[in-house]
Ligand binder design. Structure first.
Ligand SMILES: [Fe+2]
Ligand SMILES: [Fe+2]
Length: 243
């Protein structure tokens, strides 16, 4: 079994950040002992150096060997994408072992909230996530399919249609994203699109709650549990057979 924690939109430095929730996320992920942590962006609230320093300290408290981090629109403000690379390495991180392959891509654009992947990355995405023996995961900040109950649709990547086609016509089994601050999933032609909620902030849509996901990949099936950071309850939100 391969266990992955997926957290998103922690917004370090935001006035909406709740310290108690932040502490709980660290504690709970450490208890779960995943092998891999995926953070799908908006790690900082405004992309400035001080916030990156704080975010680095925060994420260092999570005891996971492999961390795959991508920037969100908030991280790329104020040329924060440059600072991102200083603290967290490539904006296009790649990890693979005998069971999974995870490719993170930067869907942010400096000082814009709208996402964009870019044709120049399509071949690399296909190539890195091509092995049918592995569970292939693409990670990016922006949602590729609209998320209900999050208001008017905007900021979806400008080339979302092309990337959706790429995902559903390749060996990509799961796409992890964030940005909308509401946990949701879609299944499109056998590819699962998982949007993580905000794990640590009060910037919530309607009556919802902060959350993050634990993904368990077995030989024959995959299960996703949501951890509600407010009431600390855990429940399975999705389970499916691997074909
Ligand atoms: Fe966000
Ligand atoms: Fe965002």
């Amino acid at each position: 079994m391969k266990k992955i924690a997926h957290i998103s939109d922690i917004h370090i430095g935001s006035p909406y950040f709740v310290d108690e929730w932040g502490r709980y996320v660290i504690k709970k992920v450490n208890e779960e002992k995943p092998e891999i942590l995926v953070v799908t962006g908006d790690i900082t609230d405004d992309g400035v150096l001080e916030m990156y320093e704080e975010a680095k300290k925060y994420l260092d408290e999570i005891n996971v060997d492999k961390k795959i981090l991508v920037p969100g629109n908030h991280d790329s403000r104020h040329a924060g994408y440059v600072i991102f690379e200083k603290f967290f390495g490539s904006r296009y991180p790649f990890y693979e072992d005998s069971k999974v392959a995870i490719f993170g891509i930067d869907s942010s654009q400096p000082d814009l909230n709208t996402g964009h992947i870019g044709r120049e990355h399509y071949e690399e995405i296909k190539e890195k996530l091509s092995n049918p023996e592995k569970f292939n995961i693409l990670a990016l900040h922006h949602h590729l399919i609209p998320v209900p109950r999050t208001g008017r649709e905007r900021q979806i990547p400008l080339d979302a249609g092309d990337v959706l086609e790429l995902c559903t016509s390749s060996n990509i089994k799961m796409v992890l994203s964030g940005h909308r601050h509401l946990r949701w999933w879609w299944n499109l032609d056998g590819t699962y699109f998982i949007t993580g909620g905000t794990a640590t902030t009060k910037k919530l849509n309607g009556i919802s709650y902060p959350s993050f996901n634990i993904i368990e990949i077995y030989k024959d099936k995959v299960s996703i549990r949501e951890i509600n950071v407010r009431d600390k309850k855990s429940r399975e939100i999705l389970g499916f057979e691997r074909k």
